[in-house]
Write a protein that binds this ligand. Structure first.
Ligand code: HEM
Length: 146
């Protein structure tokens, strides 16, 4: 169970990154060209939202079963337990909140330029936070490539 969830959570990162990059580039170029916001533009934004929320669900389950999450004495002094218990959780939560806000703001705005603007700004900040919070193998935090 733990291994399956860990591999799913690790591999799903690539889908999250791909959809966020797609949504950001699409919003940036369409905003510049003054294009209409159509159902086609909603797709990358919605897929980005769904995959990040899926990561949240998998991450929350992992948080309770992972040996890398610990509240035992001295966990803040250990780079790995501090990372997964505090840093990964808080940065990812913030990123997911920003992406959700960006998506719902875009839905509420009536002007198409404002819809693209909301997706672009909120998704870009979310993506940067996610890139910073991923335990890339070169960071020595026990994470793999997928
Ligand atoms: C878009 C959001 C997220 C992404 C892209 C992401 C990505 C990752 C990656 C790549 C790993 C390393 C897996 C490996 O290589 O073995 C990982 C581990 C982990 N993540 Fe996330 N994560 C996200 C959100 C979350 C959230 C919100 C939580 C907690 C609520 C969470 C909890 C964990 C835990 C506990 C581990 C350690 C698993 C283990 O090896 O025992 N993640 N995450």
């Amino acid at each position: 169970m733990y291994e399956i969830l860990k591999h799913a959570h690790s591999g799903l990162r690539w889908l999250v990154l791909a959809f966020l990059v797609w949504a950001i580039i699409n919003a940036f170029s369409k905003r510049r060209s003054g294009a209409d916001y159509t159902a086609k533009d909603k797709r990358p934004a919605l897929f980005g939202l769904i995959t990040t929320h899926l990561q949240l669900v998998l991450g929350l389950i992992l948080y309770f079963i992972s040996p890398l999450v610990s509240f035992e004495e001295g966990f803040m002094k250990n780079t790995i337990t501090r990372f997964y218990t505090i840093e990964h959780l808080s940065l990812m939560l913030l990123a997911i909140i920003l992406i959700t806000v960006g998506y719902s703001r875009a839905k509420r705005k009536s002007e198409d330029k404002a819809k693209f603007g909301s997706i672009f700004t909120f998704y870009l900040i979310g993506l940067i936070l996610i890139l910073l919070a991923i335990p890339w193998p070169f960071r020595g935090l026990g994470g793999g490539w997928g």
